[in-house]
Design a protein around this ligand. Structure first.
Ligand code: PEP
Ligand code: MN
Length: 337
């Protein structure tokens, strides 16, 4: 159930509604918007009797939610969510660029890539410290030494750190060393991890599971938001299909499909979405043209020597070219939306 407050409702009236929601044992999620505040209710297993709220001062409307999700919806928040990370944003007017290697391999590699992506417009640096690899015999990440490197990169370049939390305990480490918690495709339905991230103060970048429907993905975001963390960024990174010319099939239609339902920002990862370096720039262009709020791109100073995902890594020069091209497209597309 959603309670929409009148545009004239006072903060005191909003608080009074929140108190009633809590008094009956539910959780209230007030979402202030440009014209009005709406309050989502979670924690109820069955339908909530809306009559209890209808006559409270300041209430405009009580809406029964028939969809499986509540907090991600445009009904709750008609304006897009803009996630703020220091002086950078995701979901606002700037195109958010998150770039870096698949994995932090060593200090020299991480610094070389960070310097290059910083020079060409990235505000966010990505890189796995622990990697969720398909085979237990491949490089699993540098491990805890990687956190210090990330922290140094943040200090040196002012880049915001986006890195994956593989489990609940690594959320603590990302909170300490990073700026955005990445939840990977393989963990999209790790519900205890989602709940833990939902209790964090950091924004969460939630990748789409490799076999997840849009609804499953949005419900995973709902898990995070239901815990009180409303700063969720969705990342389309391709799903598994019968196609063999790509590692995954990048579902660009997810961008307008999400826009129709949700206020959350959505970005595109053309690196995991294709698996081939030569496809990354064309699909990045397409992602921006279709209205993505940003891109996550893997870059390596020596793709041939990369310890993970070298085949899809761009060189710094290729990355710089990608940025030039997508910036031009962003300008045209934003002007015409
Ligand atoms: C990654 O971004 O390094 C990664 C492992 O991606 P995904 O979870 O999309 O496979
Ligand atoms: Mn990777």
């Amino acid at each position: 159930m959603l309670i929409v407050m009148k545009p004239s409702a006072t903060a005191r009236e909003v608080d009074a509604v929140v108190n009633v929601i809590q008094a009956v044992g539910f959780r209230a999620h007030p979402m202030p918007g440009a014209t009005r505040t709406a309050i989502g209710i979670t924690g109820n297993e069955g339908p909530v009797d809306g009559r209890r709220f209808e006559d409270l001062p300041g209430v405009a409307e009580v809406i029964r939610v028939t969809k499986p999700y509540k907090l991600i919806t445009l009904d709750l928040r008609p304006e897009k969510t803009i996630v703020k990370i220091g002086d950078a944003t995701i979901g606002g007017s700037e195109l958010a660029i998150i770039a870096g290697p698949c994995a932090i391999e060593n200090r020299d590699q991480a610094f070389a890539v960070a310097e290059a992506v910083h020079k060409s417009g990235a505000r966010f640096f990505r890189g796995g410290v622990w990697k969720p690899r398909t085979s237990p015999y491949t490089f699993q990440g540098l491990g805890d030494k990687g956190w210090e490197i990330m922290a140094e990169i943040r200090d040196t370049f002012g880049l915001k750190i986006v890195t994956e939390a593989l489990d609940k305990s690594s959320v603590d480490l990302v909170e300490h060393y990073g700026d955005v918690i990445q939840i990977g495709a393989r963990n999209m339905q790790n519900f205890s991890l989602l709940r833990r991230a939902g209790r964090s103060k950091l924004p969460v970048l939630l990748k789409r599971g490799m076999a997840a429907t849009l609804e499953e993905w949005l419900l995973a975001a709902e898990y995070i938001m239901a815990e009180g963390n409303y700063n969720v960024i969705l990342c389309e990174r391709g799903v598994r299909t019968f196609a063999q010319h790509t590692r995954n099939t990048l579902d660009l239609a997810a961008v307008p499909a999400i826009r129709r339902i949700s206020h959350l920002p959505v970005i595109i990862d053309p690196s995991h979405g294709t698996g081939n370096a030569y496809m990354v720039t064309p699909l990045a262009r397409a992602g921006v043209a279709v209205g993505a709020d940003g891109l996550m791109v893997e870059v390596h100073n020596h793709p041939d020597l990369a310890l993970s995902d070298g085949a899809q890594a761009l060189t710094p020069a290729q990355y710089a070219q990608l940025i030039d091209q997508v910036s031009a497209i962003r300008e045209i597309s934003v002007a015409n939306w």
